[in-house]
Design a protein around this ligand. Structure first.
Ligand code: NAD
Ligand code: ZN
Length: 361
């Protein structure tokens, strides 16, 4: 087991990464301050892992709430089922909400924990690659609104993250690839060496080779932990983690939540960001090619669906949260591993980048 730390003063917390962590009797219990807990999971993950999670809670009163599975249920109506379970079971301010599932469950359970009685303890047990490398770390929680993704939410840090890599054995291949998109993102943002490692080890990751996956999860969590520790509330560099996301959220929104996986949408988004950086002559032709090749090799899309028009793109991108004072800031690249925030572009350049990515796709 590897233990990393997210350093946020008195709200610091550990991330445990390793095999068979759900089989460890003390790990979860040692992070439960009170004597009660609510496990939040969904219809897919609960039959696979709920019993193991419950077995980790012996001696603690625990309840479970099982939500329907899917991004389209990441909304206020379904969130209410968590509050119902907390209240119906008389769980008090010292209870712990345990998110057992992928990013959808993590974001929803996290927001329930942030808001129930003004905040109860939260433990994240991410079970998808995407949630192990990204969503369970850093404290962003929330739900979607019909008019925008993740538009209702809170920053709320867990007391621990337990990433059991054995859970990935049951993960469908398409979901694995979606997680790899976020892993590629860390290389592009700030770690050229990791990008090269990914070029050499993509086959191993796609084959779920355990040491390769563990290494990629560790580097990803370490990178995210450092960025979050330096800028918890995204007043500066944390926004770099949104590379590909401004484009990607527009795709997810235009296609209807759940039709394109989040990781697929941001893969296309990263390719669009690369095309735009290339057009600004910030990124070389060869680096742009490398980026597009790696995304393609991972079996991920490099262009948005044809049916999203330029106008739809522009209007959806302007509701993205990265808009500050009316200016849409994009994460672009000056090289692999050298991302930056920029509002130095025109809408023509933005449209050109969309067209360019379609030509590479
Ligand atoms: N909070 C953040 O910082 C942050 C960062 C990135 C993404 N997100 C959010 O995360 C969500 C995407 O997360 P995701 O990709 O994990 O999707 P997801 O939670 O929908 O999980 C993907 C699918 O895999 C299933 N599943 C989960 N674990 C499994 C397992 N071990 N075996 C078999 N099936 C399993 C789920 O039931 C679901 O059907 C999006 O809503 C996105 O907005 C949040
Ligand atoms: Zn993401």
């Amino acid at each position: 087991m590897t233990t990393l730390s997210v350093d946020l003063g008195e709200r610091s917390y550990p991330i445990y990464i390793g095999k068979n962590l759900l089989g460890s009797t003390d790990l979860l219990r040692s992070h439960i301050p009170g004597n009660s807990a609510l496990i939040v999971s969904n219809e897919t993950v609960a039959p696979l892992y709920l019993k193991q999670a419950q077995a980790m809670l012996s001696g603690i009163r625990h309840e479970a709430v099982i939500l329907p599975d899917g991004e389209k249920y990441k909304n206020l109506q379904v969130l209410n089922q968590i509050y119902d379970a907390l209240l119906a079971n008389h769980l008090d301010r010292n209870t712990t909400v345990i998110a057992l599932g992928g990013g959808v469950i993590g974001d929803m359970a996290g927001f329930a924990a942030a808001s129930y009685q003004r905040g109860v303890h939260l433990v994240q047990i991410p079970t998808t690659l995407l949630s192990q490398v990204d969503s369970s770390v850093g404290g962003k929680t929330g739900v979607n609104h019909a008019l925008g993704k993740n538009m209702i939410g809170a920053f709320y840090q867990p007391v621990a993250v337990i990433a059991d890599t054995d859970t990935l054995n049951t993960l469908p291949e398409r979901e694995l690839r979606a997680g790899i998109a976020e892993i590629i993102k860390y290389g592009l943002i700030c770690n050229a060496d990791f990008f090269s490692w990914l070029e050499q080890n993509m086959d191993a990751l796609l084959a779920k080779d355990s040491p390769a996956l563990s290494y990629a999860i560790e580097v990803s969590c370490q990178t995210k932990a450092e960025i979050v520790a330096a800028d918890e509330r995204e007043s500066g560099n944390r926004a770099l983690l949104n590379l590909g996301h401004t484009f990607g959220h527009a795709i997810e929104n235009a296609m209807g939540y759940g039709n394109w996986l989040h990781g697929e949408a941001i893969a296309a988004g990263m390719s669009m960001a690369a095309c735009m950086s290339r057009q600004k002559q910030w990124l070389s032709d060869s680096d742009t090619k490398k980026i597009i090749q790696l995304i393609k090799y991972a079996g991920l899309p490099v262009a948005p669906p044809d049916r999203i028009t330029d106008d739809t793109f522009l209007s959806l991108m302007s509701v993205d949260k990265k808009v500050m004072d009316g200016v849409l800031r994009l994460v672009l690249m000056r090289g692999i591993g050298q991302s930056l925030l920029s509002d130095d572009y025109t809408s023509e350049e933005l449209i050109d980048a969309i067209h360019h990515s379609r030509n590479t796709g």
